[in-house]
Ligand binder design. Structure first.
Ligand SMILES: *Cc1c(COP(=O)(O)O)cnc(C)c1O
Length: 391
């Protein structure tokens, strides 16, 4: 990359042919060649240097998607980055690339719930067994390993409950037993942590979230290490998963300001988390309590924290929690996050698959907050006026 991350994001493209500071948006299904000979020449180049930008057909991408692949590969400091039409498409591709009938996979217990449904229910039909480890006790990985284990799948921090895990220890186990590793890094993005550099084989980011940043496009990226590149490429060729050039263009437009937005999300989230941590009946699930296990494990691997947090609320029943959420006026109630705006959801974790290591008492509820780019004083005032509904 040469220059710093921040500078690189502003200088990712300069096509002085057209005096354009942005790459052209190239839409095409058919690529035309002057002759059969011309086509065969390109096919030869493509075989020799796969994903090097030699396109025979639109399903492989166009120069626009190729630009985004290059930018993300630089940010991730990875060997290559595959693009998918959604973040979940990248999750699917990571599993589809590695797992075959008879194999086993070990996943973090608090993974994104669609990832859980896919691995726990759907993979079973293909004779692939999913096992889950306790993010607070990594020995549970070792006890579940067998000769059939092909992949350890991490999400950090855990979905909704925000446990930070000792990533180095997980990688050590994987290395010792020669198992591939994947991590869902949507929360941290490569701005705060670079999983491929740490030693992961695959790093998933939902581009729908902070990369695009404007809640107007969906996409996913799967960055890979050199040793796994060919496996994933062959799998992707078989899936037909392709990000449209229009969506790639929007994600590139968003990513120019990834650092600026994430710095501000972090600042706002810290202000809100500090305010909430002083309230009784609330435990903030965000790395701000110095000395805590989560803080130490976050600090060990991350250079910053994003805008998504959980709050564990003690309440007599869930009606009071819903009342609190419903009375927030600056927080929208809806899925996704990573856009400019604040969001709040009461997460019914007990109903989202069979979490096996869920430390949640009967009178405890989890609300997920995405802290947006609004004035944090307004956000705190909004939360403060709604807290009175929690009983
Ligand atoms: C949103 C999300 C995904 C899926 O991304 P989509 O773009 O919505 O398909 C995967 N993992 C995590 C952690 C997410 O938050």
């Amino acid at each position: 990359m040469g220059n710093s991350f921040k500078t690189y994001l502003k200088h990712t493209y300069k096509d002085f042919n057209f005096r354009s500071v942005n790459p052209p948006l190239v839409r095409t299904s058919t690529m035309v060649f002057k002759s059969m000979n011309d086509l065969r020449k390109l096919q030869k180049k493509n075989k020799k240097n796969p994903r090097g930008g030699y396109f025979e057909y639109g399903r492989q991408g166009t120069s626009t998607t190729h630009e985004l692949e290059k930018i993300l590969t630089n940010l991730e400091e990875a060997h290559y980055t595959f693009l998918t039409p959604t973040g979940f498409g990248a999750v699917f591709l990571s599993l589809f690339s590695i797992l075959r009938p008879g194999d086993e996979i070990i996943l973090a217990d608090p993974i994104y719930s669609p990832t859980r449904l896919l691995s726990e229910n759907y993979l079973k039909e293909f004779d692939i067994e999913a096992k889950f480890y306790d993010p607070n006790n990594l020995n549970t990985i070792k006890t579940k390993l067998t000769k059939k284990t092909k992949l350890i799948y991490v999400e950090n921090p855990g979905s909704n409950t925000f446990e930070f895990q000792d990533l180095g220890s997980i990688l050590k186990i994987a290395k010792k037993y020669k198992i591939y590793t994947a991590i869902d890094n949507t929360w941290g993005t490569p701005y705060f942590i670079k999983p491929i550099k740490l030693g992961f084989d695959m790093s998933i980011v939902s581009a729908t979230k902070y990369y695009s940043g404007h809640s107007d496009v969906m996409g996913g990226s799967l960055a890979v290490s050199k040793r796994i590149f060919k496996k994933v490429m062959e799998a992707q060729n078989m899936t037909g998963l392709r990000l449209s050039p229009d969506d790639a263009y929007l994600i590139m437009r968003g990513i120019r300001t990834l650092d600026v937005r994430l710095d501000k999300h972090q600042e706002n989230a810290n202000i809100v988390a500090k305010f909430l941590s002083k309230k009784k009946n609330i435990k903030v699930l965000y790395p701000i309590v110095k000395g805590s296990k989560n803080f130490k494990l976050w600090k060990k691997y991350y250079s910053g924290s994003s805008g998504l947090m959980g709050i564990k609320i003690k309440a007599k029943n869930k009606k009071f929690v819903d009342k609190f959420v419903n009375s927030l006026s600056l927080f929208g109630h809806g899925y996704s996050w990573g856009g400019f705006e604040s969001l709040a959801l009461h997460q019914e974790i007990r109903e989202q698959g069979n979490r096996k290591f869920l430390n949640l008492n009967k009178n405890e509820y989890i609300v997920r907050l995405h802290i947006g780019l609004e004035d944090p004083v307004d956000l705190i005032n909004d939360i403060n006026k709604s807290l009175k509904y929690i009983k």
